[in-house]
Design a protein around this ligand. Sequence first.
Ligand SMILES: Nc1ncnc2c1ncn2[C@@H]1O[C@H](COP(=O)(O)OP(=O)(O)OP(=O)(O)O)[C@@H](O)[C@H]1O
Ligand SMILES: [Mg+2]
Length: 466
Amino acid sequence: MSATLLIVDDEEKVRRLLEDFFTNEGYRVTLASCGKEGLERFVETVPDLVLLDIRLPDMDGIEVLEELKRLNRECPVVMATGYASVASAIKAMKLGAEDYIIKPFHLHELKITVGRALEKPAASHPAESSTVKGKSGFDNIIGDSPEIKSVLATVSRIAKVGSATTLIRGESGTGKELIARALHFNSPRSDHPFVEVNCTAIPETLLEDELFGHEKGAYTDARTQRRGLLELADGGTLFLDEVGHTNQALQVKLLHVLETQAFRRLGGTKDIQVSTRIVAATNRDLEKAMQDSSFREDLYYRLNVISIYLPPLRERGDDVIQIAEHYIDRYNREYDRDIRGLSPESEAILKQYHWPGNVRELKNAIERAILLGDEDIVQPKDLLIDWRSKEHTTQVAKPTVEITVTGDVRVAFPPGGISIEAVEKRLIEESLKATRWNTTRAAQLLHLSRDTLRYRIKKYDLGFMG
Ligand SMILES: Nc1ncnc2c1ncn2[C@@H]1O[C@H](COP(=O)(O)OP(=O)(O)OP(=O)(O)O)[C@@H](O)[C@H]1O
Ligand SMILES: [Mg+2]
């Protein structure tokens, strides 16, 4: 199949010339005459390469580049620039442009530049991109513990249901973003943009503007109309990272979007309909946040249509070793080193450490070990983790039985398994706590008769529970 080029240039003559030339060369060509149109065409046509003029009438080419990269950091962009703005072209390269070409250019030279940019393996993060582009789409999510397998099974099931809102939860560094991408790139939406916004990285005042965009004149600085990320992600996926940290005003607006699939730009008067799948992630305890009213309950239920829970690394058994080996391989290649693996002592340490920073911490530890290690296998001294800290002994084996309000029961088994009685006892304790020892209501919560509940309270000796 021939590659599609998007050419963004304000000069009609240049556009026509390039269109003729590249069509003759066997490319499909889409044209745009300004930044705004360029972004629209980019979303519509999903081109394989963008040729972007650095000087445009409505937006700065650099700004357009940033927006393009945010929509899809993998699509190569070649900047076209006059001699006077070579400095900005270099800045553009730093921002992710693949190459630049100086105007006036020879068509032949341009053809070579474009051909070269198209040949390059996409993205500066080879591992991350292959995750989602690989055959199964999950190649880069390492591990085959029952815990991670069950997560991946859920992901492939719901990827097919292209629109259900999904909430991904789990401690920091457990792979929430990785899963969000896998979800998108394995769904029917994969030809549309995956747009990511980190709700904590952007100041609250700007976040609304980013998400919803604005009309010209919406406020003093709003000199032109600007489309928000919700619109740019139309047909695709909007990944709302750290959604647990949004403020109340924004929560109300998000709820509205989820309920109606429509929103208004700031200062706008008409509703805009979008078909954007929202995937949200958080490492915050939302149940607690609802209790102290910092997170809206209605929004929680709307987001939580489908929920994916990523267990901490310490609960994924031998995955820790597989992941470590995966990254040993990767960093050997990246840093041109030849470390053959883990020593038995290192392996033991990795297995017993509690990994508060989860996979990210492991990845960093391995990167350091590969860079700094001076033996041919990774030794404990190369692993600059605080593996002697006591926490691992108290945390590792803690059985967790998490039951969500929606009735979706998720269980993470401790290494030694757990008896049904122990679980039943915990459930009864929790129901009593939740109802402040109102046994009628506690019995209702558990779908038991009051007598049965009383019997079990006695059986488990819970009579004097605090
Ligand atoms: N199963 C896995 N196999 C290989 N690499 C993984 C796996 N899970 C996560 N990673 C890697 O670990 C790092 C952290 O993952 P990610 O950013 O998805 O975590 P997160 O849950 O979003 O963290 P945070 O809550 O801090 O935002 C990334 O570099 C990711 O590629
Ligand atoms: Mg994240």
